[in-house]
Design a protein around this ligand. Structure first.
Ligand SMILES: Nc1ncnc2c1ncn2[C@@H]1O[C@H](COP(=O)(O)OP(=O)(O)OP(=O)(O)O)[C@@H](O)[C@H]1O
Length: 550
C-alpha cells in the first residue's frame, strides 16, 4: 500500500490557474466542475477523461517496485494514472482522502493499493467532499451499483481445489476495498449451491458470486428457478463467477478473464445484464442452462474422461483427438425450430448488434434500454416463470419443429456464450439476450484431416467457416440420442478406442448440460429470453471480437 501524506494548499478546478485566484471555489464547485484537488504544495489529484491522475513530486523519491530488491536505484515517476474502472472506493474520512484501487500486476491479476492524503485545512472539506463524490461518480457510472451485497459460495473442490485460497488471497481484499457486503458459505456437497439459492432471501442479496467452475453458477440459476417467485428471484439476483474451477466460461465471456482478482474487479464494477436461459425438459425434470448443451464428442470428451484427470487441462483435448481419429459417431434424431441457417446472415446480424452497442456507448445512451436498473429490478418482474412456447418433452412435437435423422452425427453442441473455455471459441455469434441459441452440428464421418483442421481453428473462432460445419440460430430443439451399434468385426477396435479415450468402463452415452451430466435420454430445449441475470463489463455483447474474415 502506498501512503502519502500532504496538507493541501488549496483547491482549484483548473490545474493552470493560480490557487489565489480561486479562493471561493468551495462555494461554486459541483461534481461537474470539481476536477482538480490540490493535496499539497507539489501534489494534485485530477479527474481526467478515463483516469484519476496523481501528480506528486514526492513520488519521485519513492523507490519503484521490482528493482532487484533495491539493488538498482530506480525511482518512481511523479505521475500515476489510475483508470476509473480500477478505482474501487474513495472517501473523505475526517481529514483523510482515501482512494482504494486495483493495481494491475501483469496480465494475470491485480492487487489492492491505496492512495491517501491528509487534508488539514477544514475550510476545504466541502470542496474535497464534492471532489471525492465526483471521483466516485466516475468510478461507478449510473448503471453500476456500489457496495453490492454479495452471497459468496466457495466450492472447496472446484478445479485444482484452490478456491478457498484464491478467494482469501486474491478476491476478498478487492471486495473489502470496494466496501461490498459479503456473506461467505462453503458448499459441502453436490447440489448444496442449488439448495442455498432456493432458500436465499432475494431482497437481501444483489449477487451470488461463485468461487468455482461453471458448475456452481448452473446450480444457482436452478436454485433460484425453484424459489416461490422464481422469475422475480432470477431477475433480482445476479449470478457471478469468481473463476476457480477447471471450466470458467462465465468469467471468460462476461469479464474477459479467468483471473480471480481481475474477475473480482469486474464483479465490483459489473453492470446488471439479462441473460437468456435455456429451459430443458427431460422426463419430468426441468433444468435451466446458461452455457451449453452437448451430445457426442464434446460431452464424451468432457464427462467421459474422468479416468484421465491426471492429464490436467490436456484431458479434454486428448479426449477429442482420440474420438476424432476413431471417427466416433453418436446417432440421434434431431428436431429444431430454426431461426436462421444462413451463416453470412448470422454474422451480419451479429455485427449489427455489436455496432449498435458501440454506437450507443459512444453516444452515452442510457443503458436502461437493454439493462435492468437496480432500482426496478424486482418491482417490474412478474413472479412466475413464463409458460414454455413449445411445451415439454412429454408433449407431442409441435409443427414448428423440422426433424432430421442423423445416423452419423459426430458433434452436437449448442451454446449461449461464445467461449467454452479461455481458448475455445465455438459460438462466435452468440449474444447474451438475442433470444436465440447457436447450434453446431458436425457429421462424424468427415475425413480425419478435415476434422483435425477444424480442431486447430477453435482457438481462433473460425470453426463455423468450414462448409462441413452446420451453424444455425435456433429457438428450440428436441434431441433423441441413440446408442451406436458396433459392427461385430470392429468390437475389439472400438474397445481399445474407448480405453484410450478414457471411457473404458462407460456403458451408455453422455449428455452434458453446462458441463453437468444428465441421463442419456431424449430432452427438449427452448430459449427463454432474458430470464436470468448476470454481471457483465459491456452489457449486450460478450468480451470477444468476431474475426474479420470472411
Ligand atoms: N463440497 C463439495 N463436494 C463435492 N462436490 C461438490 C462440492 N461442492 C460443489 N460440488 C460439485 O462440484 C461440481 C463441480 O463444480 P465446479 O464447476 O465448481 O468445479 P470444476 O472443477 O470447474 O468442475 P469439474 O469438476 O466439472 O471440472 C458441481 O457439480 C458441484 O455441485
Amino acid at each position: 500500500m502506498s501512503h502519502t501524506d500532504h496538507a493541501p494548499d488549496s483547491v482549484t478546478t483548473n490545474p493552470f490557474e493560480h490557487a489565489d485566484d480561486v479562493s471561493d471555489t468551495t462555494a461554486v464547485a459541483s461534481p461537474e466542475t470539481a476536477l482538480v484537488l490540490n493535496v499539497g504544495r507539489n501534489a494534485t489529484l485530477t479527474l481526467g477523461t478515463d483516469a484519476l491522475i496523481v501528480l506528486d513530486e514526492g513520488l519521485k523519491h519513492q523507490r519503484a517496485p521490482g528493482n532487484l530488491c533495491g539493488l538498482l536505484p530506480q525511482f518512481a515517476k511523479t505521475t500515476r494514472a489510475v483508470t476509473f474502472y480500477n478505482v474501487l472506493w474513495a472517501e473523505l474520512d475526517s481529514f483523510e482522502v482515501i482512494i482504494n484501487y486495483a493495481q494491475p500486476t501483469g496480465k494475470e491479476g491485480c492487487r489492492v493499493e491505496c492512495i491517501c492524503y491528509t487534508v488539514m485545512d477544514k475550510t476545504l472539506h466541502g470542496y474535497t467532499k464534492i471532489w471525492v463524490d465526483a471521483l466516485m461518480d466516475r468510478a461507478y457510472p449510473s448503471n453500476t451499483k456500489r457496495r453490492k451485497r454479495m452471497k459468496v459460495l466457495i466450492n472447496p473442490f472446484g478445479g485444482q481445489g484452490h478456491a478457498q485460497r484464491l478467494w482469501a488471497r486474491e478476491v476478498e481484499p478487492i471486495f473489502a476495498a470496494a466496501r461490498c457486503e459479503v456473506d461467505v458459505e462453503r458448499t459441502a456437497y453436490k447440489g448444496h449451491a442449488m439448495e442455498i439459492a432456493e432458500k436465499l432471501d432475494v431482497e437481501a442479496v444483489d449477487v451470488v458470486a461463485c468461487a468455482s467452475g461453471d458448475g456452481l453458477p448452473y446450480e444457482v440459476f436452478n436454485g433460484l428457478a425453484k424459489q416461490a417467485e422464481p422469475r422475480r428471484a432470477l431477475r433480482s439476483v445476479a449470478v457471478a463467477q469468481i473463476p476457480c474451477g477447471s471450466g470458467n466460461a462465465m468469467a471468460v465471456n462476461l469479464y474477459g478473464t479467468d483471473s480471480p482478482s481481475l474477475a473480482a474487479v469486474a464483479i465490483v464494477k459489473g453492470v446488471r445484464t439479462p441473460l437468456d436461459l435455456t429451459a430443458i425438459t427431460q422426463g419430468t425434470n426441468t433444468y435451466y442452462s446458461f452455457l451449453s448443451q452437448a451430445v457426442g464428442i464434446v460431452a464424451e470428451s468432457d464427462l467421459g474422461t474422468e479416468s484421465l484427470r491426471w492429464m490436467g487441462g490436456f484431458r479434454f483435448k486428448w479426449g477429442v483427438l482420440v474420438r476424432l481419429l476413431g471417427k466416433t459417431i453418436y446417432p440421434a434424431e434431431l428436431s429444431v425450430v430454426v431461426d436462421s441457417d444462413d451463416k453470412r446472415a448470422i454474422r451480419e446480424t451479429y455485427r449489427h448488434a455489436v455496432d449498435a452497442h458501440q454506437a450507443a456507448t459512444a453516444k452515452h445512451l442510457p443503458a436502461e434500454t437493454y439493462l435492468f436498473s437496480d432500482e426496478n429490478a424486482t418491482a417490474t418482474a412478474p413472479s412466475t416463470l413464463p409458460p414454455l412456447t413449445y411445451g415439454t418433452i412429454l408433449d407431442p412435437l409441435p409443427p414448428a419443429f423440422q426433424t432430421q435423422d442423423l445416423p452419423t452425427l459426430g458433434n452436437f453442441f449448442v451454446g449461449k456464450m461464445v467461449l467454452m473455455s479461455a481458448d475455445a471459441r465455438f459460438f462466435v455469434t452468440a449474444l447474451p439476450t438475442d433470444g436465440r441459441l447457436d447450434m453446431i452440428n458436425i457429421d462424424g464421418s468427415i475425413q480425419r484431416t478435415t476434422a483435425l483442421r477444424m480442431l486447430s481453428t477453435i482457438e481462433q473462432g473460425t470453426l463455423m467457416n468450414f462448409p462441413e460445419v452446420s451453424y444455425r440460430k435456433v429457438r428450440a430443439y428436441r434431441i433423441t440420442p441413440r446408442m451406436r451399434a458396433t459392427a461385430p468385426g470392429r468390437r475389439w477396435r472400438a474397445r481399445v478406442g474407448r480405453w484410450l479415450g478414457g471411457a473404458g468402463g462407460q456403458r451408455e452415452g453422455l449428455i452434458s448440460i453446462d458441463g453437468e451430466r444428465v441421463p442419456f435420454e431424449a430432452y427438449q430445449a427452448e430459449v427463454v429470453q432474458g430470464l436470468g441475470t448476470v454481471l457483465s463489463k459491456r452489457g449486450p455483447v460478450y468480451e470477444f471480437e468476431l474475426p474479420k474474415s470472411p
